[in-house]
Write a protein that binds this ligand. Sequence first.
Ligand code: PMP
Length: 400
Amino acid sequence: MSSTEQHPVHFARRVEDLSESSIFRIGRRAKALSDQGHDIVRMDAGEPDFDTPRWIIDAAKQALDDGYTRYTPIAGLSILKDAIRKKFERENDLHFRASEVMHSCGAKQALFNACLSLLGPADEVVIPSPHWGSYPAIAKIAGARIVEAPTRLEDGFVLTPETLEQCMSERTRVVLLNTPNNPTGQIYSREALAALGEVLMNYPNAFVITDDIYEHLRFDSQPFTNILNACPSLKDRTVVINGVSKAYAMTGWRVGIVAGPELLIAEMLKLQGQTNSHTAAVSQVAAAAALNGGLDDVHRMTNRFAQRARLIQEGLDRIGKIDCQPAQGSFYCLPDFSRVIESLDEVEDDQELGEWLLDELGIAMVPGSAFNAPGHMRLSFAANEESLQKGMERLQKAFA
Ligand code: PMP
């Protein structure tokens, strides 16, 4: 008998209560099958399939030659902080002082810093669902109570003021918004955000965290709006989170950007200062170059995502029994597979369908349960057109 069998090892509740993200689990299985020689269509990935633009890589190479190899201030190099402030001014008409912005190790760490600075055990966090799986996981680590605010396909997966009102209480400390949305691909209009802002005006203790990481990935010409544009009076209790990962194809560089009230930023800096301090100096210089460097490449990649969104939608429409709200942004959509699940004897739910699609059709998609959307699958079109076409043909052959 091994020593671990005799004395089962226990870890802290905060990690034992966490489950592995099924996004990573499906990704790992899909990669293992590909490595064994199976032809797997990857529609599970949460990152652009494009390479980081060459001019950003060149800026990073130059940064190394220039000696950006040391510790930096916790908030970030001043060139990065300047680039962050200018980005918010130029692209979002939002004006922040230097003490109101910071960088982090990806948008994920920014969310973590914000949630851990705001949330304690008696607090509630309102999360519109379907939602990215890391939101409840981070809130759980903070010990907060999660209040799911359901959105409906009929409302374009956009949270209504009525539902928000029902979810709010005097304990609500954070309301999390994400537009363009992962996993639904939907975008909140200015009117929708203004209506939510009106509800929030009655809850002065509640902060808003707006996760704008997919800001630039929008498929129509409407300008981007976040809740601060729609409701400027929320500025003293809103944290804006963004980053370079998705728009500039820089997922591996790990740079997130944040703007918010000075006092909260100071708390987030304390937390970051006691954890990883900052992201790599070279990544900070690359992110500054990206933010200052214009949006031509971002638009080039977005146009490709828009074409793929159409390709996917046409493919799904041809199948018939898979309803899907066309994606307006991000690189995801969330088709309803419940009729497919009903039609398959060996499949009970979306989790089993995820395995079945991988094993039987060689298609990797993330089960909707990972986003609190059972019966759905998240389909990512951050993959090349040929591969997406192949995936659609396999689905049509199996279900049309
Ligand atoms: N927010 C959302 C909604 C996301 O989908 C992701 C990445 N999947 C992130 C934040 C994290 O971004 P980053 O890679 O910059 O940490």
